[in-house]
Design a protein around this ligand. Sequence first.
Ligand SMILES: [Zn+2]
Length: 431
Amino acid sequence: MTSNSILFENVDWIVTQNPRREILRNKSVYIEDGKIVEIGDSKLDADHIINGRGKVLLPGLINSHTHSSMTLFRGYADDMELNHWLEDKIWPLESKLKPHDCYLGSLLACLEMIRFGITCFNDMYIYVDDIAKAVKEIGLRCFLGEVIFDWNIGKQLPYSDKFTKKWLNDDLITPLVNMHAPYSCSDETLLKLKETADKYNILMHMHVSETEKEVRDFQKTRGKTPVEHLDRLGILNDKLIAVHCNWLTNKDVDIFSRRNCSIVHCPVSNMKLANGRMPPLKRIFEKNIRVGLGTDGCASNNNLDMFEEMKVCSLINKFQERDPTFISAQKALDLVTIEPAKIFEIDNKIGSVEKGKIADLILVDFRKSHLHPVHGKNTIISNLVYSCQGSDVDTTIINGKVLMKDREILGIDEEKIFKEVQRAVEKIISN
Ligand SMILES: [Zn+2]
């Protein structure tokens, strides 16, 4: 449903995520041509009026790292060691994927994300032309690039280049350079990809220091950690988004800080694959490094619920640091809204509910037993982080377009997509 103007009226609570982290009571938000025009007591008429009674309005959530098409592998290979999981289960299956499979997997992911209030995601996978088609059809905001390893760079670099040129000025899809990891990309590959990022002035996105083995192997063969190695190569700058980072040394954190890199933390995936520890977030925050949260792919999570991710992030890091004050509910919410907006260089456009920003907004229905009572403003954030589930999201709008209202995804036949996904998966597995 497209609409030139939308009014969210009588919203119980508005969690603005503005610099003062204001929470407003019983206010309205008026949107025109995709942008927030007024927050307050607007009585303006609108093409589309959404009643906010009993609900909480907040900025759409940002999933800073995923592999959307991997919804196809949800539940297919669980409870396995990372290398065995990748080499014996995931990679053989991925080698059989056709472009249309990636389209279907991403379509399924987009539906799940809309339902869980994710309005923007950062994606790394193969056949990104087909993923972009799914994302555009559904209407999410997405950072996307073909994943490059040593073995596919010859074929995929020209494909990636063409993709980048095609989407460079799109309002929803932003191309970026996806280098898989320092252990799967040679120095030559990394330097070539850095050159592409420089050429188009776009972001770079890579898995870094996920496992202890990765770091130990690097130290054994090169006498350096992966981060020290990347720094020596000249790859690190403010465009680099490093994902996982569980095994960063203090020196690595200092390098990331000096080079102004960003970090994405994926606690559920790290716990499921038993990576052994979480990134040293205390030091990372002390050094003012930008941090976002990601679900990672559905094969290692196994859903795209950022509410779950926020809660787990807060709990596991309190546990690791033996400090219950660490990663407060407010901090966890920051890591899925305004902080990642800075990573993706769009904090002037999204990440908070403020006048002039693009309307990427969600409504959470608090008329539920597990979200009562409300002890004033502060419980709102606590309830969002510690008590909510993705399925409590009731309405999702992206770029000023209503994609889901009252839990109904508008104009999409979900059952039909489920059936197509099922057929595609059965074919891949039987081949
Ligand atoms: Zn990943």
